[in-house]
Design a protein around this ligand. Structure first.
Ligand code: FAD
Length: 377
């Protein structure tokens, strides 16, 4: 269901970019058929010279950037309705889902490469090898800055394994859809945090069909925030913890920031203290659990090496069951780790509180009355 009136870049700029709701996901840039939107400091910018909020094509009736945007106006209800045939109630803080399980890859090499249970990578490799998808839009480590990341298209096992693991700076993965289209790929999996995982649903709900049709699977990553590169890797890792970037082998967030070094050390940094380095585009994001993914994945859990997996859409359920039947992943019920489930819901409530309180579009994103969020993100 598209917004009723004709909307355009002017509306997107003033309602989403200027207000701070823009996450920098790049769906608007992907959808713009005139290529007049660029990307600077994690935000879309108008490349035409008529003014930051003006678009000559918008003035002539083009509304594709607003339609693709997963934060524009009634995005949450529209995408909910399209994907699930119903709108979540305020108390359904993690969105709609079929099941929550703890899972891991059965292939030891995939498990070793994964951030948690390697489930994302295992499913992607399985999908590519079966021909269900022909490319994956995800992130890879940056060629230029150590431990930064950037969008990438991968098409085989080697590429998926090279891209596995989490980086906690921001990679606008939807942008890789432009590259995938240039490569002639049309059955894509998109991997991304909630801000990005709502993009295919937005595009589909509002009929930005050229792009919506290319995304077959949407895989979401649980996320409470990403960091600026200078904050995470320069100020925290190098200056405060005294690390050099080439000795870091893994970064993780488990209630605190964790840096692992090649000589086996684990250095920690408090999440509260790190808040000043949060990327501005994350500050108003209400979606911890990637509510519009086919399947969402997170590292919450008391045991290392398992991925907390939320199976959401019918499509997600179908592909999950087939992957399990093929022996690609193994799983146990989420109820075996009640602390993780409790934390999942608490963190989801906490993120819901971040949506702009005076926005006219926040009704379903509201936190249920009387709910007190206590968990630290
Ligand atoms: C910025 C960020 C914040 C997160 N915060 C939380 C959290 O607070 N709580 C929680 O439970 N889980 C969080 N996660 C998810 C968690 O780190 C794992 O990605 C998830 O558990 C899946 O693990 P896996 O081993 O199955 O995935 P893997 O098999 O390792 O695959 C991970 C996939 O994520 C992609 N990826 C890695 N970094 C990025 C990035 N920066 N941007 C986009 N895509 C990326 C990789 O390319 C790969 O395709 C976060 C992830 C990210 C990227």
């Amino acid at each position: 269901m598209a917004p009723k009136e004709n909307t355009q870049w002017y509306d997107l700029y003033h309602e989403v970019v200027e207000t701070g709701l823009c996450t920098g996901c790049t769906a608007c840039i992907v959808a713009c058929p005139f290529h007049v939107l660029g990307y600077e400091d994690y935000r879309p910018v108008q490349l035409q010279e008529d003014g930051v909020d003006r678009c000559a094509h918008g003035d002539k009736g083009c509304s594709l950037c607003t339609l693709a945007c997963p934060r524009f106006r009634d995005w949450e209800r529209e995408v909910d309705q399209h994907l699930f045939g119903k709108v979540r109630r305020p108390e359904e803080v993690i969105g709609h889902y079929h099941d929550i399980v703890l899972a891991r890859a059965t292939d030891p090499e995939v498990l070793a490469h994964g951030q948690d249970g390697g489930v994302v990578s295992a499913l992607l490799i399985w999908g590519l090898e079966r021909g269900e998808i022909d490319g994956v839009c995800t992130s890879k480590l940056s060629d230029e800055r150590p431990w930064d990341c950037e969008p990438a298209v991968v098409t085989d096992r080697q590429g998926v394994l090279a891209a596995a693991g989490s980086r906690y700076t921001y990679s606008p993965n939807p942008l890789a859809m432009l590259k995938a289209a240039e490569m002639g790929l049309s059955n894509l999996a998109l991997v991304g945090m909630g801000c990005q995982a709502s993009a295919p649903g937005s595009m589909a709900a509002r009929r930005v069909n050229k792009w919506a049709k290319k995304v077959k699977w949407t895989f979401g990553l649980l996320c409470s925030k990403s960091f600026t590169y200078d904050g995470l890797m320069v100020e925290i890792a190098q200056k405060e913890l005294g690390l050099s970037l080439d000795e870091i082998v893994r970064v993780n967030i488990k209630g605190k920031l964790l840096f692992y070094t090649e000589d086996g050390r684990e250095l920690t940094y408090g999440l509260k203290k790190s808040h000043r380095f949060t990327r501005p585009g994350c500050l108003h994001c209400p979606d911890f659990t990637a509510e519009h993914a086919d399947i969402s994945f997170g590292g919450l859990g008391q045991g290392e090496g398992w991925t907390l997996t939320i199976i959401r859409t019918d499509k997600g359920k179908d592909l999950w069951e087939r992957a399990v039947a093929d022996g690609v992943v193994e799983w146990r019920p989420g109820s075996e780790d009640p602390e993780a489930i409790d934390k999942l819901f608490k963190l989801a409530v906490k993120s819901r509180e971040r949506w702009l309180p005076d926005s006219p579009w926040n009704a379903p994103a509201a936190v249920p009355a009387g709910e007190v969020a206590t968990a630290e993100a």
